[in-house]
Structure formats: C-alpha cells, structure tokens
Design a protein around this ligand. Structure first.
Ligand SMILES: Cc1cc2nc3c(=O)[nH]c(=O)nc-3n(C[C@H](O)[C@H](O)[C@H](O)COP(=O)(O)OP(=O)(O)OC[C@H]3O[C@@H](n4cnc5c(N)ncnc54)[C@H](O)[C@@H]3O)c2cc1C
Ligand SMILES: NC(=O)c1ccc[n+]([C@@H]2O[C@H](COP(=O)([O-])OP(=O)(O)OC[C@H]3O[C@@H](n4cnc5c(N)ncnc54)[C@H](O)[C@@H]3O)[C@@H](O)[C@H]2O)c1
Length: 446
C-alpha cells in the first residue's frame, strides 16, 4: 500500500475534487481523504437537494400566480414523494463520486484526517506523508450554546425529513433559513423565522431584503420574529417550547438552527502542522498557501472575504490544480462572483455593491427600476420584480447589479458576463436575442 503521495487532499467535496483531478491529470500521485459523504455538502446536503425541493416551490408559485388567469386548482406538495425524488439523486452521489476518483487513478481513504506533524497525516491507523497537502474540509452547521441545545436540528436534518411537521421555527435569517423556510411554507408548514436583530440576509441591500420579507409574509404566511434571542428550548407534550428575550414564547414541532456554519478544522489538529486558523477557517495568502508552506486550503474552510459557495470552491480547487503543477505562478484572481437566494422570488447580486455605489455617486450611477409591469414579468404575473444596475460614471460600463425576481438566476448570470467582459451598452443593443425572454430585455437596463 502506498503511503507517500505528491499531494494529499483532505475533503472530498467540490473544492477538494476540483483540485485533485488536475493534479492527477498532470501526473502527480494523489490521495483524497473523506470522513463522511463523498461529494461533500453541495450534492449531498446542500445546493442540489435543496434545489430539487425548490422545484416544487417554483411550480406552485407559478400556478398560484396564474389562478383565475388561465389556471385553476393548486397542486399540493406531496412531501414524502418529493423527498423520495430527491433521494433518487442524492443516494447515488457518494458511490458515483468515489467511482469517478478511482477510475482516474486517484487513491482514496475513508476516515478522519489528523496531522501528526508538518508532513504526516493519520487516517484511522495509517500514517501518510506527502510533499504537499490541500485542506478542503468545508464547514458544518453551528449550534447555538443554549439550554435545550439537544433539541436543535440543522439544514442536514431538514433535507432528510421523512414527514413535514406542521409548525417549524428557524433560528437565523440567512441564506439557509430563508431558502428552507420558503420550501417548508410552500409545502404547507406554518413557519416562523426568529432573528436576533432586525435584518435578514445581511449581505444583501436592505431595501431588497425588506421587500423580500414582505412578499414571503404576504405570499407564504412566513412570520418574522425580529430582535429575539432564543434562550431555552424544552420538550413538552404539545411540542417544543421556545423562550427568548423580550418575553418571547412559542411552541413548535421542529427547531432548525440556521445561525451560520463553522469551518471543519478541529479534528485536523492543525497546530501539529503549524497551520494558522482564525474563527473563519484556515488563514491563507493570495496563493491559498497557509502558514505552513507545504499546506494549502481551498473552499469553505478558508478564512476569506469571498462568499462560501460551490462555484467559488471549485474555482479555488482548479486554481490550486494549476499552481501545484507549475501551470501558473500568479496569485488567485477571482472573477465577479454572483450570489443568489432561492426564495419566492429569488434575490441575486453581483459586482460592486449597491451600498458602495450609493456612497460614491461621483464614481457610480445607480438605476433602480420596478419591472413588475414589463412583459417578461407580467406574463407570469410576478407579484413584484425590481432590478438595480450600477454603472461606472466614467466608462458607462456595467459594474454591479441586484435583481429581485423569479428570473434573477438568469438575469444575474447575464449581468456577470457583461461585467467581466466589459460589454458596452451599445454592443448589447446590437445583439439579436430570442424574444420574448429575460435576455431580450437586456438593452433596456442601461
Ligand atoms: C443547505 C445548504 C444549501 C446550499 N446551497 C448552495 C447553493 O445553492 N449554491 C452554492 O453555490 N452553494 C450552496 N451552499 C454552499 C456549498 O454547499 C458549499 O459552498 C460547498 O459545498 C463548499 O465545498 P467544499 O468542498 O469547500 O466543502 P464541502 O462540500 O463541505 O466538503 C468538505 C468535505 O470534507 C469532509 N471533511 C471534513 N473534515 C474532514 C476530515 N478531518 N477528514 C476527512 N474529511 C473531512 C466533509 O465530510 C466534506 O465531505 C449550500 C450549503 C448548504 C449547507
Ligand atoms: N443559495 C446559496 O448560495 C446558499 C444557500 C445556503 C447556504 N449557502 C452558504 O452557506 C452559508 C451558511 O448559511 P447560513 O444561512 O447558515 O449562514 P448566514 O451567515 O447566511 O446566516 C446566519 C443567520 O443567523 C443569524 N444569527 C446569528 N446568530 C444568531 C443568534 N444567536 N440568534 C438568532 N440569529 C442568529 C445571522 O444574523 C444570520 O441572519 C452561507 O453563508 C453560504 O455561504 C449558500
């Protein structure tokens, strides 16, 4: 059995896999270590299963909007059947991922990796050495330290619920809480979101998040309980009793802690390898290299300002694949990174933030349009749609955008291409796009 490798990758998620394949393709010997589900968070208990459940949301939203306008009768979500459909995909992910690695000649080890010293990693009872290591261990849900913590469930549990409880409370109002709350409410649950301050989705502009909260309350009857810290949970005959600050009391059937995620660094014993971490993860330089020059980190486990998302993790893994095989020596340069919340409607943004633009009117022009009455949006009776574009005052080029709409996923991707390719407005109006589509509207935005 081989115990020395050119590179050992710790974590078999999007980041680790994106690094492992190019390293192998360039002729390195590579070992990937995984202690749970091969494929990692995104395909097993993140983006992909979430988006499969969201399919039912999108179908129901459209049908609801078209009631009395050509459609009658609302489809009901059959939760067990929807879960079974999701499982047809997720059940195969670990084996398919493992088979893909093996087929390429990448070695694999199942177990928790732990550093003994700067060059030795133990998995189970085996010691491995390597010329370089890539830490790609991702994050896990954080659990609030409170009386009754044992009753808290996480997004992992939600994405595996056999039946949908009648009443669900989410603690936190970030990406996970909003997306899963919307799915649960659409499927028929009574949903509360309890937030310790009065802001949801703090990364997004407040005018947009307030509008989204308003729509989720109107359309999905989701109740937002702001400025409440949950302090205790007790299990009683009629459900879980929540008690919080400001005299808050509620009874519910399921409590999902969605107050953030913490980097998976503890089990690695990084102190033994001289790798520095902070509370956001492994500290790296702009070559993704840690304080130990042989150890690199990619993906969600990295302490960084970029959003912790799958395409970002894959981009970093791909960059490292090039760096560690001598195909580049450049520092990592991220393209524009779009982010999106899959709610009803979707909320997306990219590039220069609205806040930055509004604070620098000499540099940026902000154009905000209520597009609800535009053909693209009225055709499907969207309740509300709004788009902000941010252009550079000097060049007139698009540098940022925010979109609240059911088509936000498509429009933001179009904007990202325009931002990165520095496409002048005049060029957009010269293109012929299929009509009527989100893309055929592009020339009207600036
Ligand atoms: C509910 C949810 C929904 C999401 N939706 C989206 C979305 O719509 N779009 C999007 O872009 N992103 C989404 N994300 C984020 C996305 O899942 C992550 O950004 C992505 O998975 C990060 O990839 P990674 O490889 O860095 O980490 P991970 O995918 O977490 O993989 C890390 C792997 O390392 C393993 N590991 C950890 N410690 C050890 C150890 N000591 N030894 C061996 N193995 C170890 C873990 O088991 C895991 O398999 C979502 C996340 C969640 C939780
Ligand atoms: N669509 C997507 O791309 C997507 C979807 C889901 C998750 N993700 C990724 O997963 C990460 C984690 O998501 P998340 O929603 O867990 O984290 P988050 O950081 O987005 O949200 C955490 C929320 O919990 C709140 N909070 C913190 N402490 C609290 C407390 N004591 N009481 C009540 N509320 C409290 C925060 O104010 C915030 O609203 C995201 O940052 C993102 O990187 C992405």
């Amino acid at each position: 059995m081989m115990t020395h490798y050119d590179t050992i990758v710790i974590g078999g998620g999007p980041a680790g896999l994106a690094a492992a394949y190019p390293l192998k393709a360039a002729g390195q010997t590579v070992l990937v270590v995984e202690n749970d589900l091969w494929g990692g968070t995104c395909p097993n208990r993140g983006c992909d299963p979430k988006k499969m459940l969201y399919t039912s949301v999108a179908a129901q939203d459209l049908t609801q909007q078209m009631q009395q306008h050509g459609l009658t009768g609302l489809p009901q979500v059959d939760w067990p059947a929807l879960m079974a459909f999701k499982n047809t995909y997720t059940d195969k992910v670990p084996n398919n991922t493992l088979a893909g690695l093996k087929a390429t000649g990448i070695d694999t080890a199942a177990g928790t990796a732990q550093f003994q010293d700067e060059r030795t990693l133990t998995v189970g009872t085996t010691d491995y050495t390597a010329d370089q290591f890539v830490i790609a261990t991702g994050q896990q849900p954080a659990l609030l330290p409170m009386k009754g913590q044992q009753y808290l469930k996480t997004s992992n549990d939600f994405l595996d619920l056999k039946t949908l409880p009648k009443r669900i409370t989410f603690i936190g109002a970030g990406y996970i809480a909003i997306e899963l709350a919307n799915i649960a409410a659409t499927a028929g649950a009574q949903v509360h979101i309890v937030q310790h301050n009065d802001r949801l989705l703090r990364q997004f502009p407040q005018t947009y998040t307030q509008k989204l909260a308003e729509l989720l309350t109107q359309q999905k009857q989701i109740q937002f309980d702001y400025n409440v810290e949950i302090e205790t949970i007790t299990s009683e005959a009629d459900g879980y009793h929540l008690q919080g600050t400001n005299g808050y009391q509620a009874t519910t059937d399921l409590v999902i802690d969605a107050t953030g995620r913490t980097p998976n660094v503890t089990a690695l014993q990084l102190g033994n390898a001289g790798v520095t971490t902070d509370r956001h993860g492994v500290v790296v330089n702009d070559h993704l290299q840690s304080s130990n020059s042989r150890v690199y980190a990619v993906g969600d486990v990295v302490s960084k300002s970029q959003p912790k998302l799958t395409p970002v993790a894959s981009f970093e893994g791909g960059y490292l694949g090039q760096l560690l095989t001598g195909q580049t020596t450049a520092t990592i340069a991220y393209p524009t990174i779009p982010t999106i919340v899959y709610a009803s409607p979707k909320l997306a943004m990219a590039g220069v933030s609205l806040e930055t633009a509004q604070q620098n009117p000499a540099h940026y022009q902000v154009t905000t349009q209520d597009v609800t009455s535009w053909f693209t949006y009225m055709r499907i009776r969207e309740p509300y749609a709004q788009v902000s574009t941010i252009t550079d005052q000097q060049t007139g080029l698009l540098v940022g955008a925010v979109v609240l709409s059911e088509s936000a996923d498509r429009l933001i991707n179009d904007f990202v291409v325009m931002i990165d390719q520095k496409t002048p407005a005049a060029q957009i109006s010269k293109r012929i796009m299929t009509y009527p589509t989100v893309e055929s509207d592009l020339s009207y935005f600036y």
